[in-house]
Design a protein around this ligand. Structure first.
Ligand code: GLC
Length: 746
């Protein structure tokens, strides 16, 4: 390369850095200039957020004069405002304030805005990081066109307990997978850069440990070792931060005796200290004043003091910052410097979003119209929905169904419904009747099949309730058909926030309806819509074919039809372990071996297991079948010993040994045989989703390095320890096809 080119390249490189740095320094200068003009009341206003009066996502007590607060500069952010018209109206109020500081509009855009995508847990079952990122990108594009600057997503809480209804909005039980999904979602939401018209700020939640609520009971206490926190629950938050997340949200729970919203260890030591987070932290809905209920704050004023000092920058919905911070600063119970730091963090984001240049930048009605009815968005939703459907059983190759089936019975309370497909946290956009906007299974199948097929229908039962009066008709209809599809599950709001279930089974009489249909002896496909792993032991034993169809969003019916008739070969794998019994919960694959591991699943004498249940999950983490089969061969490691910071190359060959093209998620697990603390029997450390034509063979490669082997050792230091490691490659956490081992030396 010529010298001149080198110099130019260097200048460009430096230039880019300088540009970025300059931009950041310029923003800081603008923030400081504005800060100097602000009264203490106006500063506190920027730390205050309320929900729009129209939609509560928590216990009510919405301040009646939110609008007055905005007009007087005492409210800096509003959330759950839907549509550009509404956001424009609110923004006009903010521009009547003395300093005309624009409002931030937030919303729970958790899995789509107008185009609803599968619930986050379902998307993770696709193990397709590109599709997951694209889903967030579409959601951001639509939300930004709808006036939103900031989504309260991704939720990255590791969850091992399906009694907790919020498993539906996360990424399941595995830290490695959840960390990669968290990063993909942040990149999807934030796009190229903040300030772009289709970029929204991400909000990583709920910081931290919320998914470990005792008993799976929402909002319940969390108690775990510092090791468990660091090793299992924090990494997805760090991955999201490293991906550039703009904001964090605190969780409701107390963690080891200290509410997360008042937890300076979490917020100042870890997030803003060790991790150097420069965005801002918002509380969860009234989680600041709830510290009084926790018994951690004497009153609202005390709660405001604790939260601000702990590092919460914005108070969502409780109003205690607005009501107490000015006084607390005057009484020197809160430092003005800490208030200024919180204001700076928030104003910096408003500048980066470009709101001071154009406060109405996101409130463009014409752009909204174009973005919200976009066939490409629905195509993306249909694609990932089909990829999220897990084939749990297919005895006798009942699936895929033939498109020339003569009589097909569609039975069950989910077949013709639309709204249930949206699941919890779907966004209601005015003028959209979701009951029809989501494609039902009936409509999806009808659109797929020709006139040679007669579709028969019987609802059979409701989703909830014990009425069995529809069973006889359902049995009659099934008896007339050549094949039966029965679709059951949870109502859209049976999983989600404050939806913990002590008995996460099929609601009402649905399991009995399935029994009646299976008794006809017809080829039956059972499809289960739910926001969480359910317990359905009888169905798992007796139904010939089972698809787990989650809540798949706007294109649900089309995606289900794509899979039922083989236009899409199911490739999804479970992101959470499915228990046989509620009594097994919490049950997860990466457990420790204990000193008395059961040699077989049925051994009970003097080993760790249950005397009244086989010691196995119903369906393990990483499990999912296909309409084709795959063979795993020829595992090769490029060395027997991995040294220091070297890399170990792992190769194997995968062959599609069936007659249908398909995709397989090849999973790589490691086990650290002996260490300074006990280590899990296996841990996911790599996966590749591989598409193969029938008969095709592909070499699949993984790289293992010191980071892959590292954990928080007995001194809680992140490090790898010398010794022997088992290496396993398989189709699920309990279907290991190839094994090897290697040594690690420092
Ligand atoms: C809720 C949820 C949180 C959500 C917030 C705003 O209580 O815990 O996830 O983002 O309030 O709706």
């Amino acid at each position: 390369m010529r010298a001149g080119t080198i110099v130019l390249s260097l200048l460009l490189a430096v230039g880019v850095n300088v540009a970025h740095g300059t931009e950041s320094a310029a923003v800081d200068r603008r923030v400081d200039r504005l800060l100097k003009q602000m009264t203490l009341e106006e500063k506190v206003g920027q730390l205050t957020q309320y929900s729009a009066e129209s939609k509560a996502t928590g216990p009510v007590a919405i301040e009646s004069n939110v609008r007055d607060g905005i007009r007087s500069g005492r409210v800096g952010s509003v959330f759950s405002v839907v549509g550009t018209n509404s956001t424009r109206q609110y923004q006009e109020l903010a521009l009547q304030s003395r300093l005309k500081i624009p409002l931030l509009f937030g919303m729970d855009v958790i899995h789509g805005y107008k185009t609803t995508f599968p619930i986050p847990l379902a998307e993770v079952a696709s193990w397709d990081l590109e599709a997951i990122q694209r889903s967030a990108r579409v959601a951001a594009t639509e939300a930004a066109a709808g006036g939103i600057h900031w989504t309260f997503a991704p939720m990255v809480d590791i969850a091992r307990d399906p009694r907790w209804g919020r498993v539906m909005e996360g990424a399941g039980e595995d830290t490695y997978l959840a960390s990669r999904v968290a990063a993909a979602r942040v990149k999807g939401f934030q796009g190229r850069q903040l300030g772009d018209a289709d970029a929204v700020m991400a909000c990583v939640k709920h910081f931290a440990g919320y998914g470990a609520a005792v008993g799976g009971r929402d909002y319940n206490s969390v108690d775990m070792s510092e090791r468990m926190l660091w090793e299992t629950y924090l990494p997805p938050f760090k991955a999201a931060l490293d991906a550039g997340a703009s904001t964090f949200m605190t969780s409701f729970n107390d963690l080891n005796g200290v509410p997360a919203t008042g937890n300076s260890h979490l917020l100042r030591d870890i997030l803003k200290g060790k991790w150097g987070f420069t965005g801002f932290v918002v509380s969860d809905w009234r989680s600041v004043d709830e510290m009084v209920d926790h018994g951690y704050a004497a009153d609202n004023k005390d709660a405001a003091r604790i939260a601000l000092n702990a590092g919460v920058d914005m108070d969502m919905q409780s109003g205690v910052y607005q009501g107490n911070l000015v006084q607390l600063v005057r009484e020197k119970k809160v430092k003005l410097a800490d208030v200024d730091d919180a204001v700076r963090r928030i104003l910096r984001k408003k500048f980066e979003l470009g709101l001071f240049e154009d406060p109405y930048k996101f409130s463009d009605a014409e752009r909204e119209r174009q973005a919200l009815n976009n066939p490409e968005h629905r195509k993306a939703a249909r694609d990932i929905a089909a990829k999220s459907i897990v084939l749990l059983k297919n005895d006798g190759a009942v699936l895929p169904l033939s498109k020339s089936v003569r009589k097909l019975a569609l039975i069950g309370p989910m077949i013709k419904q639309g709204v249930e497909n949206h699941g919890f946290w779907s966004v209601t956009v005015p003028g959209v009747d979701y009951a029809h906007q989501a494609v039902s299974t009936w409509d999806g199948i009808a659109a797929k099949l020709g006139k040679d097929t007669t579709l028969l229908y019987a609802k059979g039962s409701d989703i909830d309730g014990e009425d069995r009066s529809g069973f006889a008709e359902a049995v009659r209809v099934a008896s007339e058909a050549d094949a039966v599809v029965i679709e059951v599950g949870e109502r859209w709001d049976a999983s989600g926030e404050s939806r913990s279930r002590a008995n996460p089974t099929l609601p009402g009489g649905q399991e009995d309806l399935i029994k009646a249909i299976v008794a006809t002896g017809k080829p039956v496909v059972v499809m289960i819509n739910a926001g969480r792993p359910l317990v359905f032991d009888w169905v798992a034993d007796h139904a010939p074919a089972i698809l787990y169809t989650w809540w798949l969003g706007s294109e649900a019916g089309n995606a289900v039809a794509d899979v039922l008739f083989g236009d899409v070969n199911p490739s999804a794998k479970l992101p959470m372990t499915f228990p046989r019994s509620v009594g097994q919960i919490p049950i997860y694959y990466n457990h420790f071996n204990t000193g008395r591991p059961a040699p077989t699943p049925t051994t009970t004498e003097w080993v760790s297991g249950y005397i009244d249940l086989v010691n196995l999950p119903r369906f393990p983490f990483g499990f999912g079948l296909s309409y084709t089969t795959f063979r795993y061969d020829d595992l090769r490691l490029d060395r027997e010993t991995l040294r220091g910071n070297d890399k170990l190359q792992v190769r194997m060959t995968l062959t599609n040994t069936g007659k249908a093209a398909g995709e397989e998620v090849v999973q790589l697990y490691l086990r650290d045989r002996v260490a300074s603390v006990v280590r899990p029997v296996k841990e996911l450390k790599g996966f590749q989703k591989v598409a193969l034509a029938p008969g095709e063979t592909r070499t699949v490669e993984f790289t293992i390095d010191k980071e892959s082997l590292s954990f928080f050792n007995s001194a809680l230091r992140w490090d790898a320890e010398p010794g022997e490691f088992d290496l396993m490659v398989g189709a699920s956490s309990d279907d290991i096809r190839l094994r090897s081992s290697f040594q690690y030396v420092r």
